[in-house]
Structures are given as C-alpha cells and as structure tokens.
Write a protein that binds this ligand. Structure first.
Ligand code: PHB
Length: 390
C-alpha cells in the first residue's frame, strides 16, 4: 500500500515538473558527432573533434536562443557501429548528425538521415557520390576528385609523360585512380594503376612494382594518417633518390603527420584544399588557436572540415531562428558562403557539396618545420565527378 502511494506521489511530482522539462528540452539543440576515435583512423577523429570544440569555444554554445549540446561517440571506423549510433542519436532527438571520418561510415548513416529527415553534415569523408546517398547530406569537407584533376593537369603541364598511380583500395582511392587516369590521359599522358589494401597496408611491394615501370612520377592517394608508412617505405627503397617524382593529393602529406616524416618528404608536390601554412589572417588565427587549445597539435585538413561543418550548423540555425526541422536546416545550408581558414568556400545548392579553391603545394622547410607551401591556386572548384554528370 505504502509503495503504491509513494509511486503515485512520484508520478504526480514528475507531472508537475513535465512542462518545465519539455521547455528545457526544446531550448536545447543536440548535435551528434560520430567519429573514429580509436583504431587506425583515430587521428581523423581527434582532429575533427578538436576543431568542433574550438569552434564552440570561440562562438559560444548558444545559437538563436538555443543551447547547443554536443554528443560525441566513437564509431571505431566500423560502418555498422556508426549506423547503430546514428539511430540511437536520432531516437534521442539530435537535430544534426555530423562527423564521418571515412566514406563507408558516411554512407552507412545516409539511410538513417533520410528516414529521420535529420541533416547529415559530412565533415571528413571524400568520395564524390556521398552527397547523392541522401538529400539530407551536406558536405563541409572535400571530394578527393576536386584535388586530383588539378594534380593531373599540373603533372601533364610539367613534362610528365608516364605516371603510376598507387591508391588505397576503397571508394575514395578508386575515385582518385579513375579521375587521375582520365585527366592525365586526356592531357596526353600514359598511366598504370596499382591498388593497396586499406587495412594494415604494406606499401613496399607496390612501390617497387610502380618503380619498375620507370615512370616520371608516382601519384599517391592514401587516407589521412597512412602517409608516414608510405614515405618511410619509399625512402627505405631509395626511391627518393631514383629521380621518380612523388606527387599526389594532400592526404599523403597531411599536416598532422608531415613534420614527423623527415626530409624525405621535401619536394613532394600535392594538390589539396588546406595547408596549415595557407597564408591568410583567418588561417593564422585558426592555427594559433587550435595549437593553443590542443597542446601544440597542428590542424590538418580534417580539422578544417570539422570547423567549417560547425560553422555551417551554427549559421543554418541562425537562419532558421532556431527551428531544427531537418528540411529547413538543409535549405538554410544550401548556398551558404563564407571565408574559411582554407580560403573562400560555399555550398553548391544543386549538389549540397562544397565548392572551394584547390592549391598546388610543395613540401618545404619553413622555420625548421615541414609544411605544404602553396604555389598555385585553382579557384572555386566544384566536384568534377558530379559536374560531369550535370
Ligand atoms: C574517405 O574515406 O572518404 C577518406 C578518408 C581519408 C582521406 C580521404 C578520404 O584522407
């Protein structure tokens, strides 16, 4: 008897509190950040999370009168886990799903975003087709193909006739291989293709196979974090002294690891959208603040995708006056344009993909540290794979 009475009292107390609770809930906007925080791609998770937190620290955690609550979860780079976490977050009423350090993770979450009508802000993955997997996907990172076309054209213009491509064997690597081969052949060059496994890659036999072809250059796409091992094995085989040039996307000379690669990386030419050495006031402020907040860690291109993704979410919420309806948020994100640490960027309203400058860069020593020093700019590059279909 006593217990039932107590239960009724508790229930009555809860009901009295309920209106307050409902108000408190609608005053909060939850953002679910899903990232690889452990395992071989943990550096991507670390960089994106640090940048998201920096953005919030600099811009406050109240937007359009709503309190932003960040929920961060580790997908361990397993697509089924990313999908389960996304579903749980949706059940828990997140307004936005964000993060996605690898293409398979972004793709696994796409059906959840579509079904729940919740925006999926892709802050890191780079396969061209990702934005086509859901009308709720908006990308703040990049497409690999965006960097590959300028690299292929630069190689052809700079006297290279034969190139062997080495790419990691998963979706963005296959984009890189296909787009490089098409662009370089169109410019009159000859190409051979080699693919390396994603997990525990041993580059040595593939580098040897590439070198045996005696090309003018080896073009590399490896995902962020894998460049150290590649560069080590490149040096071990003496390829840095073979006269074969090393070129690629900037994922290979990622700012997170570049400075530890040693002088073997000097002279490597890459094309990409972000360098910690990008000479602008916005970038200097970003790099300084990021390092200060993270024990001296240098931001890489993944970090800038996280930082800009957060800007996209904050500005969309401002435009909707705090309305978290998924369609309203995606509509607000389309056509958004601003100056990022990487330079001017915008969201293409037709594709929900990012439009940005691509820079051609060379690894040089600046103040005793290795940096990707930009020496040419290709402005306002759209994803070439989708542009070809339009
Ligand atoms: C991807 O999975 O899309 C991806 C991951 C790492 C990169 C680039 C692309 O550096």
């Amino acid at each position: 008897m006593q217990t039932i009475r107590r239960r009724l009292l508790t229930l009555a107390a809860a009901c009295a509190l309920a209106p307050g609770l409902a108000l408190a809930q609608s005053d909060t906007v939850k953002i679910g950040l899903i990232l690889p925080l452990t395992g071989p791609f943990a550096s991507t998770g670390r960089q994106v999370e640090a940048a998201v937190r920096l953005y919030m620290q600099q811009n406050g955690s109240t937007v359009a009168g709503k309190k932003i609550e960040l929920v961060v979860k580790d997908d361990t780079s397993a697509p089924d886990i990313a999908k389960r976490i996304a579903q749980e977050m949706v059940n828990d009423k997140v307004a936005v799903l964000a993060g996605f350090g690898l293409t398979p993770l972004a793709l696994a979450v796409a059906p959840v975003a579509t079904q729940a009508k919740v925006p999926e802000v892709v802050m890191a993955a780079g396969t061209s087709t990702i934005t086509e997997a859901s009308p709720y996907i908006v990308r703040s990172s990049f497409t690999v193909a965006q960097s590959v076309v300028p690299m292929a054209e630069w190689a052809a213009k700079n006297g290279m006739k034969k190139v062997v491509t080495i790419v990691t064997d998963f979706a963005p690597g296959i984009d890189a291989e296909k787009v490089f081969s098409e662009s370089f052949t169109k410019a009159g060059g000859k190409v051979e293709n080699v693919r390396v496994p994603l997990r525990n890659p041993d580059f040595a036999p593939f580098l040897q196979r590439a070198a045996d072809e005696k090309p003018d250059a080896i073009f590399v796409f490896v995902p962020s974090g894998a460049g150290t091992q590649l560069m080590k094995q490149y040096a071990e085989r003496g390829l840095d002294k073979s006269g074969i040039k090393l070129i690629g996307t900037g994922d290979m000379t990622d700012d997170d690891i570049l400075n530890d690669m040693g002088d073997v990386a000097l002279g490597v030419i890459t094309a990409q959208f972000y360098s910690a050495a990008h000479p602008s006031a916005e970038n200097k402020a970003f790099v300084d603040a990021f390092k200060k907040a993270n024990k001296g860690m240098r931001p890489n291109f993944m970090a800038v995708g996280g930082y800009d993704g957060m800007h996209l979410i904050y500005e969309a919420l401002k435009k909707t006056n705090g309305n978290t309806d998924g369609d309203a948020l995606v509509a607000a994100m389309k056509s958004m344009a601003w100056t990022s640490p990487r330079g001017p960027i915008s969201i293409d309203p037709a594709t929900r993909d990012i439009v940005q400058n691509i820079y051609v860069r060379k690894v040089e020593k600046v103040g005793g540290e290795l940096y990707n020093v930009e020496f040419a700019t290709i402005p306002n590059v759209k994803d070439p794979v989708k542009a070809a279909k339009q």
